[in-house]
Ligand binder design. Structure first.
Ligand SMILES: NC(=O)c1ccc[n+]([C@@H]2O[C@H](COP(=O)([O-])OP(=O)(O)OC[C@H]3O[C@@H](n4cnc5c(N)ncnc54)[C@H](O)[C@@H]3O)[C@@H](O)[C@H]2O)c1
Length: 497
């Protein structure tokens, strides 16, 4: 991916810096990180392990080889050779100004320099930098390796080109940049979150609700909707057929009451903080931070995959990232006739514990998912990229026959080989074999027929000449291979009764 940085320099490796390290490394980017805390490396390793665990479930599309992680002993060492520098040090203006100034003097002239600040103004942060036009705030959300949002906000000296380059770089590692055009404290997301947080603190302070009751009030209701529709679309629906106008008419008057405490803040006295901490301990019921993080990540992955199925919100970002990954890992079509006379090997993965169902076997649907991903790779291999799909058409599956032959277990490494059996102007007939690494006996086979469908008419139509030529060459080469024993098989009839 051209916009993906080859190497990044990270300043600060705490909750956010560690999350950045994981996102970049798992996207194949080399990371050099500087954090003076001697325990930082250990914490980053733990976070990386959490992220690897989450990514294994997030996508079956093969990830690029992990980037290399280096612990640097100075700012200068961390930023050397980096295309992008991300500062994630504690939220203190003078500290960040100094770090960014040091980084700006040591970094290459082309490097973009970003800060993860939750709310400090970019104009202040860039004020002591050399080449301040390369600076932009890139404000992420925890866990950085799973949540796609990154708010971008430039200061007075920031060049528009820096915003565009930073947005492209973040997008290339699966994120969703949102540009905050006006420089304001707290940007957009943290202003909203702070309003909620302030109100929640008042409710606890005034003994109206416990921390657990407040969390329940969010997670059983509005919290579920937010990932899908945010606030404004939600209220549009709540307004019924007349949408937003009706909603404002109905609920507008209560805004002037008002129910909430607006900008007042409860005093964070020792007693109040003790109360908050005690309620929070009771709510956690003995679960460690690591356990809570893993539970959060597992549910986030499920949510992201669910949203992806509907093409909504963060699910759309996930799908776009997967398309990019699939494009980058696909080997170029082979032109050498001899090399083409072997089955293609376009998909490999590991069997995840989550794929195992109640009886200890891999759930049936996962076999189709693996064959489906191998098919996606095949289509890319023969030249069906996004452009082709948008302008010309695509192959649609019309028939599938899977034979389940042997068992798979959690942790098994598997791969799919693909042999093309036949084609004509519109049809593509091929055979997948799922194998466990190091074995020759298939675990399962999948035979598939696809039909080329024209993008303009929605009806079956011939593939474009270049794709047809590639397919014909593969079919001719694969005709020299033995025909798979199970090709053309159907389910044997069982006598009635
Ligand atoms: N925690 C969040 O939810 C969150 C979300 C978005 C943005 N942020 C922002 O990210 C930044 C980091 O926050 P965090 O939550 O990761 O804090 P943190 O305390 O977990 O991590 C800060 C890290 O910076 C290191 N550090 C201290 N001095 C340093 C220096 N001179 N050079 C390099 N590293 C140094 C510390 O050792 C620590 O590991 C802050 O600006 C914060 O506002 C935080």
């Amino acid at each position: 991916m051209p916009d993906r940085p080859a190497a990044v320099g990270l300043l600060g490796g705490g909750v956010i810096g560690g999350g950045w390290a994981a996102r970049f490394l798992l996207n194949g980017v080399d990371v050099r990180i500087f954090d003076p805390d001697p325990h930082a490396a250990e914490r980053i390793d733990e976070m990386l392990e959490n992220a690897r665990r989450a990514y294994r479930r997030l996508t079956l599309v093969p990830l690029p080889p992990e980037g290399a992680l280096t612990h640097a002993s100075s700012v200068e060492e961390a930023v050397e050779g980096a295309d992008l520098i991300q500062e994630s040090a504690p939220e203190r203006l003078e500290l960040k100004q100094r770090l960014l100034a040091d980084a700006s003097r040591a970094a290459g002239a082309e490097a973009i320099i970003c800060s993860s600040t939750s709310g400090l103004r970019p104009s202040l942060l860039q004020s002591q930098m050399a080449g301040a036009e390369r600076f932009v705030v890139g404000h992420p959300f925890n866990p950085v390796y799973l949540l796609p949002l990154v708010e971008l906000c430039g200061g007075g000296a920031t060049a528009p080109e820096t915003l565009a380059r930073a947005a492209a770089a973040y997008e290339a590692v699966g994120m969703r940049p949102v540009i905050v055009a006006t420089e304001i404290d707290g940007f957009v997301a943290d202003r909203l979150l702070e309003a909620l947080w302030r109100e929640a603190l008042w409710l606890v302070h005034d003994d109206i609700a416990t921390v657990e009751e407040i969390d329940d009030a969010i997670r059983y209701g509005a919290g579920l909707r937010w990932a899908i529709m945010g606030t404004f679309l939600t209220y549009r629906i709540a307004g019924g057929r007349d949408g937003m106008r009706h909603f404002v008419e109905q609920f507008g008057p209560t805004l002037s009451e008002p129910w909430s405490k607006l900008v007042d803040v409860p005093e964070l006295s020792v007693e109040f903080v003790d109360k908050l901490a005690a309620q929070s301990d009771a709510q956690a019921r003995g679960q460690t931070i690591t356990q809570l993080e893993q539970q959060r990540d597992d549910c986030l992955v499920t949510l992201l995959r669910g949203l992806r199925a509907h093409g909504v919100g963060a699910g759309e970002t996930l799908a776009a990232w997967e398309r990019d990954l699939a494009r980058t890992v696909t080997p170029p079509p082979r032109s050498n006739g001899a090399a083409m006379a072997a089955p293609l090997e376009l998909f490999a993965s590991e069997v995840e514990p989550e794929w195992i169902d109640y009886n200890g076997h891999v759930t049936e649907s996962r076999y189709l998912e693996m064959f489906g991903l191998a098919t996606d790779e095949l289509l890319l291999h023969i030249g069906l990229d996004d452009d082709y799909r948008a302008t010309t058409g695509s192959y649609f599956t019309v028939e599938t026959h899977i034979c389940h032959l042997r068992e798979l277990f959690a942790g098994d490494r598997v791969r799919v080989t693909t042999q093309l059996l036949g084609c004509d102007a519109k049809r593509l007939h091929f055979f997948h074999v799922l194998l466990r690494d190091g074995e020759e006996d298939p675990i399962a086979t999948g035979e598939h027929m696809m039909l080329h469908v024209d993008a303009a008419t929605g009806h079956a139509g011939p593939a474009r000449a270049d794709v047809a030529t590639r397919v014909e060459a593969l079919v001719a080469a694969h005709a020299r291979l033995p025909r798979p024993e199970r090709a053309g098989r159907r389910i044997g009839a069982v006598p009635v009764g």
